[in-house]
Every structure is written in structure tokens, then in C-alpha cells.
Design a protein around this ligand. Structure first.
Ligand code: P1T
Length: 395
């Protein structure tokens, strides 16, 4: 059983996978053992201790590395340049350890609230990082933002929650011209590797909150990194073990199981969310609808070039602010009022009060994270039911 297809639907099931060498099991066993017996000190089968090496975690790590288009071989890195962590934020925390104290980081201005909090309230203090928040949906702004001390550019595209699109290729071109060694990192959570693969656009590092689309069933928290740069892979392998915020084997198994249907699920997320976004655009209670594949999106052209589908996220601005947002959020029946996204079930939330409450109010104001903003994660239910649910809630 082996394959070399680079088609995403096949890759989601087979990439980096191989039958278990002892039994032939087609799904990797959940290896719970925290340690591995050695024949003689230092003589073992490549597995010493489960924080450092775990076969179930490796199976997931190989999968995400291949899905993101890494060409790293097993000789270069045991899991092809993929790394799994206890949460999305744990993976970002480890990626930031690639930097030294005092380094400068250019970050997208619109980021998940927890990422913004990690940068500004933790690592600026504990690591002395200097972070510039820049609207990278206009790549030319990077020209002026990069300094002699810039060591990393951190992009979220589509961004959370305003769904801005950054032109990855343009950013890579500008950054490389300034300094080829700057690490270009992209949080690919909203797109998933089915819709967008940043390494193909010249980025070095991809990050996922696998809590979202990759896991896909709102039943597991996790984070992933993938690189196609062997030197970065070696540093990440060291850091993953040295810091130790690794994903456990049960979670790795669940995430891998989720990924098997990722391509199928994304097809439905892409299709239903676009249909709902179009419907919302003509609704009288709605002031503005943001979805990357709507022609009205300010970065629609870049989105169409860079992404094969628009993803399942929609952001809307209601005309009467919180006065109409609160009753709508209380009245939905199929959409669950909850943080998170990317699961099979539809979720809806209020970024200003919920996911982005940790973003300072003045920054929220600049970004347009207002009281009338509502974020939808369109699930894979029957789309007619979702439309009816939104219709009755908006009424
Ligand atoms: O929650 P965790 O697995 O630690 O992932 C953090 C994270 C990182 N990046 C993006 C783009 C994210 O959306 C998240 C988590 N986001 C939510 C919980 C949310 O509702 O937006």
C-alpha cells in the first residue's frame, strides 16, 4: 500500500500513511506508552520517550507535512517536517521560540484574539519581542515595516475575524528582497490545506489550529506546524522536544481521523458558505457581508488566485449593532452560539464580546470589530435548514 498522488482528495486519506509494521492495521494504533524498552543503553528502535517520539503523533505529523506540500524526506526529518502540539497556541508559542530575545516580528493587524494576546501580553514581556501590527492585505506596507531586526513575518489569511486576504506570493517577494533569512509564517487555520497551501507561495512555515477544520468535529484541541525547510525542521524538532507542549496520542489519532474527510467536508463548507453569504447580501437587516469568494470582497481577486475555495467562514455587520446582534444570536436554533469554528456543526459568535475580547478596544475599533459584527462558521448540515434558521433568527 503506497501512493504518490498529489491530488488533495487522495492525500487527505493516504499522505504519509503506511500500514502498521507489526499488524498491518490501516489506521495507526494509539500508542499510549510513555516510554520504550531499550536492548542496551542507547540501542533502540528509534523510540525512546513519548514526548520525543510517538508513532501515532508521527502519523499525523507526516500527514500534515505532506498536505501542506513539504518535500522533506524521512532521512531529513522523522515526520517530514510536520509537528503536532497540544493546542494551536502551543504551536505558535513554539514557533516564536525560533526567535531570539529582542527580535522584531511583523504581524498581520487582524489576528485571532488569543494570538494577539500571546504576542502582545506574553512574548513582548517575557521574550522582549517587538511586534509591529500591519495591515498586510496591502503587501506594499511590508516595505516600510521590515527593519534590520525583523526575523519573522506572521500572517493570517483569511484573517480572524475580518477575513482579510493577504497576497502570500507578494509578501514573500518583498520580504525575501529585504532579507532572505526572514521566517515567513502563515496561520492557515481558516483556509485549511484543501483551499490554500502557503509553502507553495514561498512561505517557510504553516500553522494550524487543528481544533478547527482539520479535526473537524469540535471534539479535540490541537495545533500543527509544517515546513519545507530542512534547517527549520531540525530547529523545530529540537524545540518541540525541549519545550514539550506536544499533542497526546489520543488527540493525534482523532485529528488524523478527522483529516480523512477533510476534502469532502471542505467541499460542502465552501459551497454552503458562499450560498449563505450571497443570500445574506440581499437581506435588509444586514449592512455588509464578508466572504473571500464574494465579488464584493475587497481582496476577491487575490483570494481567487490563491485559494481553491473560499472556506466556511462568513462575517456580517448588522445594521442595528448589538441591538439586533444579541437577539439574533439568542434565537438561532441550528447554529450554536459558541466560540471556535471549522466543525461539522454550524457555529455563530460575537467577536467583540467573545473570541476577540482580549484585543485592546482601540485596536478592535481600528479593525472594525464592532458590536454589530457577527461571525458564522458554516457547517455541513443541509444548507436549506441553515438558511431557514438564519431567516427566522434575523426576523
Ligand atoms: O484554540 P487553539 O487551538 O489554541 O488555536 C488558536 C487559534 C489560532 N489561530 C486561529 C486563526 C484561530 O482561529 C485560533 C482559535 N480560534 C478560536 C477559538 C476562534 O473561535 O476564533
Amino acid at each position: 500500500m503506497s501512493h504518490d498522488s498529489s491530488r488533495i482528495g487522495t492525500m487527505c486519506i493516504h499522505a504519509g500513511q503506511r500500514p502498521d509494521p507489526t499488524t498491518g492495521a490501516v489506521m495507526p494504533p494509539i500508542y499510549t506508552s510513555s516510554t520504550y524498552a531499550q536492548e542496551s543503553p542507547g540501542v533502540h528502535k528509534g523510540f525512546e520517550y513519548s514526548r520525543s517520539h510517538n508513532p501515532t503523533r508521527y502519523a499525523l505529523e507526516r500527514m500534515v507535512a505532506r498536505l501542506e506540500g513539504s518535500a522533506i524526506t524521512e532521512e531529513q526529518d522523522a515526520s517530514f517536517g510536520g509537528f503536532a502540539f497540544a493546542s494551536g497556541l502551543a504551536s505558535i508559542g513554539t514557533a516564536l521560540e525560533l526567535l531570539n530575545a529582542g527580535d522584531h516580528l511583523v504581524a498581520m493587524d487582524d489576528l485571532y484574539g488569543g494570538t494577539n494576546r500571546l504576542f502582545s501580553k506574553v512574548r513582548e514581556r517575557s521574550q522582549g519581542l517587538k511586534v509591529s501590527y500591519v495591515d498586510l492585505s496591502d503587501a506594499s506596507r511590508l516595505e516600510h515595516a521590515v527593519t534590520d531586526k525583523t526575523r519573522m513575518v506572521w500572517v493570517e489569511t483569511p484573517s480572524n475575524p475580518t477575513l482579510k486576504i493577504a497576497d502570500l506570493r507578494a509578501i514573500a517577494k518583498i520580504a525575501r528582497a529585504k532579507n532572505p533569512k526572514i521566517i515567513l509564517a502563515c496561520d492557515n487555520t481558516f483556509a485549511s490545506p484543501v483551499n490554500q497551501r502557503p509553502l507553495e507561495h514561498g512561505f517557510d512555515l504553516v500553522m494550524h489550529s487543528s481544533t478547527k477544520y482539520l479535526g473537524g468535529h469540535s471534539d479535540v484541541v490541537g495545533g500543527l506546524l509544517a515546513t519545507n525547510n530542512a534547517e527549520l525542521a531540525a530547529r523545530l524538532r529540537f524545540l518541540q522536544n525541549a519545550i514539550g507542549s506536544v499533542m497526546g496520542p489520543f488527540d493525534a489519532y482523532l485529528t488524523l481521523r478527522g483529516i480523512k474527510t477533510l476534502a469532502l467536508r471542505m467541499e460542502r463548507h465552501n459551497e454552503s458558505s458562499l450560498r449563505i453569504a450571497q443570500w445574506l447580501e440581499s437581506h435588509k437587516a444586514v449592512e455588509r457581508v464578508v466572504h473571500p469568494f464574494l465579488p464584493s470582497h475587497p481582496h476577491h481577486e487575490v483570494a481567487k488566485r490563491q485559494m481553491s475555495g473560499g472556506g466556511g467562514m462568513i462575517t456580517i455587520y448588522l445594521k442595528d449593532g448589538l441591538k439586533s446582534a444579541r437577539p439574533m444570536l439568542e434565537r438561532v436554533r441550528i447554529f450554536a452560539l459558541a466560540e471556535s469554528l471549522g466543525g461539522v456543526e454550524s457555529l455563530i459568535e460575537h467577536p467583540a464580546i467573545m473570541t476577540h475580547a482580549s484585543v485592546p478596544p482601540d485596536q478592535r475599533k481600528t479593525l472594525g470589530i464592532s458590536d454589530g459584527m457577527v461571525r458564522l462558521s458554516v457547517g455541513v448540515e443541509d444548507c436549506d435548514d441553515l438558511l431557514e434558521d438564519l431567516e427566522q433568527a434575523l426576523r
